[in-house]
Design a protein around this ligand. Structure first.
Ligand code: R5P
Length: 291
């Protein structure tokens, strides 16, 4: 029996690619808001006993979660056999500890919420820092893909004499792996976050890499503060203008403009979140999974 892919609003580009490359059927459903702002979902595909994939990346998650929850519960009530959520970007993973008294570990709360209404989860490079594995907080099976091999082949094909740069200790896990695959050197910087929009980055001696093209690699670009601060330091150290590569293109507010203003001309991201900077396609990994 063919699986069915339901594409939530905002995920059309990736969703259509997956439909083209798998033998899955497209799930048909109406999604709209009632005049009072409440969500109305109506499924018109025959889903009984079928395997369902929901495509919904989870940047800006708060507005997406109710439609996702209602769709999943509706599909279950129509006797769908299993429901797998493909969320190429997984939200709330950075809220993995109590930073200030009175807060909660919302990474865990969010995981409990999602685990309560889908049967499994597929994602890319979740921000694992103080949480080592999704199974620590998710009670459903989780499959994690990494974009590192795709990023390293992009670098090998497009960037001459690269020096990979990770902005903080968390980034070492993927930067070192990408550097190894791209046969390139790498350095890891030290970052202190001073607030939502402010970070301080310290840079080690980079003189010997003056003839390299610096390639900043991070998992998330949100305010772009991390990248902008690093670019400043590279300039001061007399390095070339870096290429910036991020897996997840959140780009809050006018962060893309701010990053461009810092002098960067090449900003590349993966299509885990649909954005104009998407240049690395992760869909092939999902295709194999769905097949
Ligand atoms: C944090 O630890 C992450 O790996 C990224 O460095 C961070 O999320 C980037 O955020 P922003 O673009 O707001 O500096």
């Amino acid at each position: 029996m063919k699986p069915i892919i339901f594409i939530l609003p905002g995920n059309e580009r990736l969703g259509e690619k997956l439909l083209e490359s798998t033998n899955a059927e497209k799930g048909n459903f109406l999604f709209r808001h009632f005049p009072d702002g409440e969500t109305h979902i109506r499924v018109s595909s025959e889903v009984a006993n079928k395997k369902i994939f929901l495509i919904c990346t989870l940047d800006r998650p708060d507005d997406k979660i109710i439609p996702l929850y209602f769709l999943s519960k509706t599909l279950k009530s129509l006797d769908a056999r299993s429901i797998c959520l493909i969320a190429p970007y997984l939200a709330y993973m950075r809220q993995d500890k109590i930073f200030n008294p009175g807060e909660g570990i919302t990474a865990g709360f969010f995981a409990t919420l999602i685990s309560g209404f889908v049967d499994s989860l597929v994602t890319f490079d979740p921000h694992l820092h103080r949480i080592n594995s999704l199974s620590e907080i998710y009670s459903i099976p989780c499959k994690v893909f990494h974009a590192s091999s795709l990023i390293s082949s992009y670098i090998s094909k497009n960037i001459e004499n690269p020096l990979l740069i990770g902005p903080d200790s968390e980034s070492e896990q993927w930067v070192s792996e990408i550097a190894k695959m791209a046969h390139a050197p790498f350095i890891i910087l030290e970052k202190t976050r001073l607030g939502d929009n402010e970070v301080k980055v310290t840079i080690p001696q980079v003189e010997k890499y003056k003839n390299h093209t610096p390639v900043l690699v991070d998992d998330i670009i949100s305010t772009a503060g991390t990248m902008i601060e690093t670019v400043k330091h590279l300039k001061t150290a007399g390095m070339r203008v870096p290429v910036c590569i991020g897996v997840h293109a959140i780009f809050s507010g006018n962060s893309l403009e701010e990053l461009s203003k810092s002098g960067v001309t090449k900003i590349i991201t993966c299509n885990t979140i649909s954005h104009n900077t998407n240049n690395i396609d992760v869909s092939e990994l999902l295709v194999n999974h769905i097949k």
